[in-house]
Design a protein around this ligand. Structure first.
Ligand code: ARG
Ligand code: MN
Ligand code: MN
Length: 309
């Protein structure tokens, strides 16, 4: 089963933002993941790890939303930078791991992956592991926080400075996305998710059918031309095991369910890029959420109980 990733080159790209959120602290996420040993754990699995350090960008002006968006100009600038950094690593044949930062950064990273897939004739499948659908627009958002909008922006619904970052609008089709672990969707957002026929494996689905079945469907119809992108919002996890996020929602996947999710993704051998976002050390307890995220990422890269390495 388990795929050997050893020798594979990966690049860690820190993108220290909290401009997409309404609570500060996700900007400390990259360092917390480093402190939790991300690089060393990946190296122990035989991966060749390049840590690119952190990108730099505008400070958080800490202002209320304007026309339905908080910090639109800052979010756009950070995402343009994330886009270029992720795209450069993909072009060089490396597997980018973007260390967020808040989830608005999914716009930059996934638009870069989509652009790379167009350039190389690959198909794209996006697994969105999250408590939230992140499918709001300025017209329906209850908060104005852009970390609640990246999926909509990628699908072409949003301001041109965000939808256009990858050079093609929309950057991706809703058909390429599978959302897993969802348990908090705003009222207008629900209608919009249905209208656009997003494929969502929500917590009720996982309760009734099990993580195994959800992942079998989410990973169905992959082939050797498919690039698999995982956008891992740490609030996907149950807050009892992962308190270090700004927007906790009770009733998330357990430790075992999350491990199985990661292991089944690893088994496909198609993982091509990863975001780790929304880790907020200001909300954490002795860095335990960062340590857990690193543990799960190890499984995503093929750690298993019985196989060697
Ligand atoms: N990436 C996240 N943590 N998103 C939380 C979004 C919460 C809420 N749906 C909003 O639009 O504000
Ligand atoms: Mn979330
Ligand atoms: Mn999210």
């Amino acid at each position: 089963m388990s795929i050997d990733m050893s020798g594979r080159e990966v690049a860690l790209i820190g993108v220290p933002t909290d401009v997409g959120a309404s609570d500060r602290g996700a900007s400390m996420g990259p360092e917390a993941l480093r402190v939790a040993g991300l690089r060393e754990r990946l190296q122990a699995h035989g991966l060749v790890v390049h840590d690119r350090g952190n990108l730099s960008g505008p400070a958080n002006p800490w202002l209320p939303p304007v026309d339905g968006y908080r910090h639109l100009a800052e979010v756009a600038e950070w995402n343009r930078k994330a886009h270029e950094a992720v795209h450069a690593e993909l072009t060089a044949g490396r597997l980018p791991i973007m260390l967020g930062g808040d989830h608005c950064l999914g716009i930059g990273s996934i638009s870069a992956v989509a652009r790379h897939c167009r350039e190389t004739g690959r198909k794209l499948r996006v697994l969105w592991l999250d408590a939230h659908a992140d499918f709001n627009t300025s017209a329906i958002t209850p908060t104005g926080n852009i970390h609640g909008m990246p999926v909509a922006c990628l699908c072409g619904f949003g301001p041109p400075e965000l939808t256009g970052i990858g050079g093609q609008v929309p950057a991706i089709s809703p058909k390429w996305i599978r959302q897993i672990g969802i348990r908090s969707v705003d009222a207008g957002e629900k209608r919009f998710v249905h209208q656009n026929e997003l494929e969502v494996f929500d917590m009720r689905y996982i309760d009734e059918m099990g993580m195994r079945h959800a992942m079998e469907l989410a990973l169905a119809t992959l082939d050797e031309r498919t690039h698999l992108h995982v956008s891992f919002d740490v609030d996907f996890l149950d807050p009892d095991i992962a308190p270090g996020v700004g927007t906790t929602v009770p009733g998330g996947p357990t430790y075992r369910e999350a491990q199985l999710c990661m292991e089944m993704i690893a088994d496909t051998g198609r993982l091509g890029s990863l975001d780790i976002v929304e880790l907020n050390p200001a909300c954490d307890v002795r860095n335990r959420t960062a340590v857990l995220a690193v543990d799960l990422v190890e499984s995503l890269f093929g750690k298993s109980t019985l196989m060697r390495r």
